[in-house]
Structure formats: structure tokens, C-alpha cells
Design a protein around this ligand. Structure first.
Ligand SMILES: NC(=O)c1ccc[n+]([C@@H]2O[C@H](COP(=O)([O-])OP(=O)(O)OC[C@H]3O[C@@H](n4cnc5c(N)ncnc54)[C@H](O)[C@@H]3O)[C@@H](O)[C@H]2O)c1
Ligand SMILES: [Fe+2]
Length: 380
């Protein structure tokens, strides 16, 4: 038996955030990063809530790739405030922090968790509709995707106006995260008709709108579609899970502090090559799934493998046009240091929760080889 559950109420479109006041909030704990506080976005929400007499408190200590320590601080900050609602304002880092904070707070108090409202300000993670929260342990240089259906936010506001200030580099990185979510969900062993529908649409929207959003961040049409695509891809992978691109990206990001979307982007062409078995005799099951997606994007060649080569070529072209490099050395990472880390990163990736749904079961060596392709000369 299959199930498809989507419990988040989603508001979308320009200025939809104004509907926040229709939720009957009395005490809101706003979780965000320091930028959201400095730029005045957090206090805008405070001002909006004040109109109905609601009280609020801002916790602005979210860090990129949220740590256990930041989550603990977030819980401490809300203990004497007793909110009825937690508002996560920001990118994946703020939303994941808030999801973990809310969940652990309720577990500690042994009571129902406060209502969780997600307000994404990047178009990338889809965390506003997923049961995942990725938490980092800097000491172990590891990122752990926690998963619990109880962490799915109750309400999400997809207001593209909030994304207008995202710099082009972050727009590019987070947009590639959306593309990776769509593609991994589509080829996942847990995909189904419902998740496919969301994944296909998300991939097509990224294809059409990402470059426009990177080139002109004030293009509200492109921003709106990228914001919706991010959420649709989130719905897709919440149901279908992800794959080794994310497993490899988690370990890479934790070790070298590369932004999540960028880690996925540089790995994606190599992961598709491996999953589709492009350099091996015969055909893998995933090959035909990549062909379907390629065809949807108008890419087709004489054979399945030629078609998927075409898909990869076009992904690389897109990356070039939006300024994402192909090699880790172009990200300021020392080649020797990277190669020395390959074994431990591959071991972590193999254990990552996202590996289970990958269409091919990788051996440790396969993952090491994929990392090796991220710098010239490879593993030697
Ligand atoms: N929970 C999930 O389902 C899921 C899925 C994928 C990734 N993740 C996790 O999410 C995190 C990455 O999230 P992200 O890519 O959104 O990045 P992020 O939340 O770390 O934000 C990146 C940067 O963008 C800035 N920023 C955010 N919104 C902005 C705006 N409107 N204007 C200007 N600057 C803005 C932030 O201040 C920050 O400096 C990683 O930890 C990743 O592992 C979670
Ligand atoms: Fe992601």
C-alpha cells in the first residue's frame, strides 16, 4: 500500500505573508539568522503580528548548516516564553533549526509542539513541507538528515517578495538544490505517480526560470516560479526521498563548508553518469527514468545513453551560465587536502539516510570514484 500525505497548508504568491494574521497567533517565537534580523525582515513580521495584539520574541542565532548547539540555544530562548507558534524565517538553515527546536522542545516538555509556520526566504530546500531537518556536528565534520513526520510544518508562506534580496550566487546555488531534489526524487526507488508529478513540474520550472532569476533578481515572475518549484520539489522528495547526490553533498559540505546547493550541483553530473551507467556496458533501470526527464525538457538523441549525455551536457551549460564551477579546486579547496578526505567522506555518504533510496546500490569504491571526479587528475 502507498500513501501520499501533505499536511502543510500552503499560501502562495506576492504579499501572501499578510495572511499571517489570519492564523490567530497570540505568542510567536521567530527563529531566523542574524541577516534576517539586521535587514529588518524579522521585525516586519513582529510589526505585522502587533496589529492583532500578538506578542513575539526573535531568536536570531541561526547559523549556516545548523548545529546541535544552535538548536539547544533556540530551545533555551523559548522556554520562559511559551509560544503557541514558532515562525521559521529564512533559508533551509533557519527552517531546519526551527523544526528541530520545536520537535525537541515538545519532547522535553512532553506536550504537543507549538504550531510551526515556515516562511522560506530562499528558493531551494523545500524544507517548509518536508519531514527532514539537516543538523551538523562540526566536531565529527558530519551532517545528519533527521527525519520525523512530526517535524513537517503546519503552515508555509511562499511569498516571493522575500526572495527578491537573495544575491545571484545564492540564487544559483539554491536553485541547483531544487533541480537536484526533483531529479533525485524522480529516479528514487520510492518514487510514485504523485511524487513524479511534483518532481517533473519542479524540474521543468527550474529549467525555465532559474537562469532568469539569477540574471535579474527583481524579476518577480521568475522568483515566483522558482519559489513554487522549490516547494513542489520538497513535496516530491518528502514522499520519494533523495539519493546519493545528497549523501555525497552532506559529507562534502560538512568537511569543506561548501553551500549545500553548490555541493549538490558539482556532484550532480557525476551522480547521473553513475546512476545511468553511462560508462558501463548494458543499461541500468535509472537510465530510462533520466531519459523520460530529458525528453520532458526537450532533450532527445539516438539512444537512451546519448539522451542522458545530452541532459548532463545541458546541466553543465546551465551551471556555467549561472556561475557554478565544476571542480572543487575552483572553490578554493586544496587538491591534496580534498583527496586525503575522500575516504572518510565516502564512508559517511554510504551511511547517510539518503543513500537507501538511490536507484543503484553503491559500494564504497563507487562513492570514492565520484568524489575523485571533482578534481582534475582524480584519485590517480
Ligand atoms: N530540511 C530539508 O528538507 C533540507 C533539504 C535540503 C537542504 N537542507 C539544508 O538547508 C541548509 C541550506 O539552506 P539554504 O540553501 O536555504 O541556505 P541558508 O539558509 O544557509 O541561507 C544561505 C544564505 O542566504 C542568506 N539569505 C537567506 N534568505 C535571504 C534573502 N531573502 N535575502 C538575502 N540573503 C538571504 C542567509 O542569510 C545565508 O547567508 C543546509 O543546512 C542544508 O543541508 C534541508
Ligand atoms: Fe537539498
Amino acid at each position: 500500500m502507498e500513501q501520499f500525505i501533505m499536511k502543510t497548508k500552503i499560501y502562495m504568491g506576492e504579499a501572501c505573508l499578510l495572511q499571517l494574521n489570519s492564523l490567530g497567533i497570540r505568542r510567536a517565537y521567530i527563529i531566523c539568522d542574524p541577516f534576517m534580523e539586521k535587514s529588518g525582515k524579522a521585525s516586519e513580521i513582529e510589526g505585522l503580528l502587533e496589529e492583532t495584539g500578538a506578542q513575539s520574541r526573535i531568536f536570531a542565532k541561526v547559523v549556516p548548516d545548523p548545529t546541535i548547539e544552535a538548536v539547544t540555544q533556540g530551545i533555551e530562548g523559548m522556554e520562559d516564553f511559551a509560544p503557541d507558534t514558532v515562525i521559521a524565517l529564512g533559508g533551509g538553515s533557519a527552517m531546519d533549526t526551527a523544526k528541530a527546536v520545536c520537535h525537541l522542545y515538545a519532547a522535553m516538555k512532553q506536550e504537543q509542539r507549538p504550531r510551526l509556520v515556515a516562511v522560506p526566504t530562499t528558493s531551494g530546500t523545500g524544507s517548509e513541507v518536508t519531514s527532514f531537518a539537516v543538523i551538523s556536528d562540526p566536531e565529527a565534520q558530519a551532517k545528519y538528515p533527521l527525519k520525523d513526520p512530526a517535524m513537517v510544518p503546519d503552515v508555509a508562506f511562499l511569498d516571493p517578495v522575500l526572495t527578491a534580496t537573495v544575491p545571484s550566487g545564492i540564487t544559483a546555488d539554491t536553485g541547483m538544490d531544487v533541480l537536484t531534489h526533483g531529479l533525485e526524487a524522480y529516479v528514487s526507488t520510492q518514487s510514485g505517480d504523485f511524487t513524479d508529478a511534483c518532481a517533473e513540474k519542479a524540474v521543468r520550472m527550474v529549467w525555465k526560470y532559474l537562469e532568469q532569476a539569477v540574471i535579474d533578481g527583481s524579476n518577480m515572475d521568475a522568483r515566483t516560479h522558482m519559489h513554487n518549484a522549490s516547494c513542489l520539489a520538497g513535496i516530491a522528495f518528502n514522499g520519494a526521498s533523495l539519493g546519493i547526490c545528497h549523501s555525497l553533498a552532506h559529507a562534502l559540505g560538512a568537511r569543506f563548508h561548501i553551500p549545500h546547493g553548490r555541493s549538490n550541483a558539482i556532484l550532480l553530473p557525476h551522480v547521473i553518469t553513475y546512476n545511468a551507467g553511462l560508462e558501463e556496458a548494458g543499461e541500468t533501470e535509472a537510465l530510462s527514468r533520466y531519459v523520460e526527464i530529458a525528453n520532458l525538457l526537450g532533450i532527445s538523441a539516438g539512444t537512451g545513453k546519448a539522451t542522458v549525455h545530452g541532459l548532463i551536457r545541458q546541466i553543465r551549460n546551465l551551471m556555467k551560465r549561472i556561475g557554478i564551477p565544476e571542480q572543487v579546486t575552483e572553490l578554493g579547496i586544496d587538491r591534496e587536502e580534498f583527496l586525503q578526505s575522500v575516504k572518510s567522506m565516502a564512508a559517511k555518504a554510504l551511511e547517510d539516510g539518503c543513500t537507501a533510496a538511490n536507484p543503484r546500490k553503491p559500494a564504497l569504491k563507487n562513492l570514492e570514484d565520484i568524489y575523485g571526479r571533482l578534481c582534475k587528475g582524480g584519485l590517480g
